[in-house]
Ligand binder design. Structure first.
Ligand code: G6P
Length: 431
């Protein structure tokens, strides 16, 4: 992965980072790197995520999915870190990304419509929950099972469960003797894309999970004490410095449809890890070139509270634009769609710079398993670095846990601190 921070420098952008500020920050990066390296060495909670490229055993995943490997489709039942990484990988790498469907939300109409559209006899189920207690996942799993039963399909032969040693999902899996995969130790869900949590659907649709891990491993091996030698840290350090200078929004804008999900995955990683103690950038999801025609106006001329992260593969399969045969369209003559997309990417960075708005470029050589592994790992390392620099608890998510407890308490009709807070929530109705 290549990082270009030129359009985020103080000579170009406001907010921007001066080179001497970067030099000063580099000393703090060195100290943070030492903490990260020590955490990895001791396999401490959270830091252990950065060891996944070495720890994840692709063979074990392939063996576990063997009974369902002939399925045409796979449905992930999971939410947050138990779904976004898996979908990011298949969306980016599968020839037919529609072979992998995610049921994360519990919107009844969506669940019903999704299941109605799937040939369940030919659809594997990957049910994933780290805690084993997430209400959305368990409710959807029960609904999915019933849909299989009502169509006379044995779901127990089509399901792989990924969960911990105990908890309701583990009990359901044990009751039915389902094949189960273990969770990686000490890895929060949002950092678990490169593990059993994220790779089951990829294995079912036979993607190169070994290449993905190898790409991630290359970045892991190259993490060093200076941002000038470590692209992942350069990205994290600049994002941190820009946030300090007022960029409270990080708009992630891949110029590749296949990376649209990557922006979703990034949003959880950044928000849940860094949104603590009154700080943290708000991740915004965008897609180039589509959002040039909607959000870019705000990014270029709205409040100076944003950085834009653009992402693209340098090489991609191309489609020539047919000869327009029309003088007014002559600029398209001989062009390819990819060329047009690249021109739009370049124009976006230039246009943001011309308006003094910071942008950081992330480029992959091409969008394959290896390069995707590099990108995912680099963003995780960047996130951990920002957490160290900002001195927040990167690996916890107490605010989200509160909501999960509240939802469970409400459904069970319990009287708890959370359910009382829900009952007493402010209201000022204007009907
Ligand atoms: O994997 P689970 O335990 O079911 O959790 C799924 C998701 O639940 C919550 O929203 C957590 O904050 C997320 O970090 C987690 O990824």
């Amino acid at each position: 992965m290549h990082v270009d921070i030129g359009a985020a420098l103080g000579t170009v952008a406001d907010p921007g980072v001066d080179e001497d500020a970067l030099d000063a920050l580099d000393e703090r990066v060195a100290a943070a790197h030492e903490t990260i390296a020590d955490g990895r060495e001791a396999d401490e909670f959270g830091y252990a995520a950065l060891n996944l490229p070495d720890r994840t055993d692709p063979e074990m995943i392939r063996e576990a999915v063997e009974p369902v490997a002939d399925a045409e489709y796979v449905v992930t039942v999971g939410i947050g870190g138990s779904a976004l990484g898996a979908k990011t990988v298949t969306a980016a790498l599968a020839d037919d990304p529609d072979r992998h469907v995610v049921l994360d939300n519990v919107d009844p109409e969506h669940v019903e419509r999704t299941l109605a559209g799937l040939p369940l006899e030919d659809t594997a189920i990957s049910v994933v929950s780290k805690s084993g207690t997430t209400a959305e996942t368990l409710a959807n799993f029960l609904v999915v099972r019933e849909a299989y039963e009502s169509r006379g399909v044995d779901w127990t032969e089509r399901t792989v469960a990924t969960t911990g040693e105990s908890g309701p999902l583990r009990e359901l899996a044990d009751e039915e003797d389902l094949p189960t995969l273990p969770l990686p130790d000490g890895v929060p869900g949002r950092f678990a894309a490169l593990s059993t949590v994220g790779l089951v659907p990829a294995a079912i649709v036979d993607l190169d999970i070994e290449g993905l891990l190898a790409g991630a491993g290359d970045v892991a091996d190259d993490l060093g004490p200076s941002l000038y030698d470590t692209p992942a840290y350069a990205y994290g350090a600049v994002a941190y410095a820009l946030e300090e200078r007022g960029a409270s929004v990080n708009a992630v804008m891949p110029y590749a449809e296949r990376l649209e999900y990557f922006a979703e995955w990034f949003a959880q990683l950044w928000a849940e890890s860094l949104g603590k103690d009154g700080r943290g950038q708000t991740p915004a999801r965008a897609l180039g070139a589509t959002d040039q025609h909607s959000q870019l106006q705000l990014y270029r001329a709205g409040p100076r509270d944003k950085m834009v992260t653009v992402v693209r593969p340098r090489e991609r399969a191309d489609v020539p634009v047919p000869d327009p045969g029309n003088e007014s369209l002559s600029y398209l003559a001989g062009a390819d769609l990819g060329e047009l997309l690249d021109a739009e990417y370049d124009a976006t960075v230039a246009s943001l710079s011309a308006a003094g708005r910071p942008a950081v470029e992330l480029e992959l050589d091409r969008l394959d398993a290896r390069n995707l592994g590099e990108l995912l790992y680099a963003m995780e390392a960047a996130c951990v670095l920002v957490g160290e620099l900002a001195d927040v608890e990167t690996f916890t998510q107490p605010a989200v846990e509160w909501g999960k407890r509240a939802a469970r308490g409400l459904l069970a009709g319990e009287d708890t601190e959370e359910t009382r807070t829900v009952a007493d929530r402010p209201s000022y109705r204007i009907d």
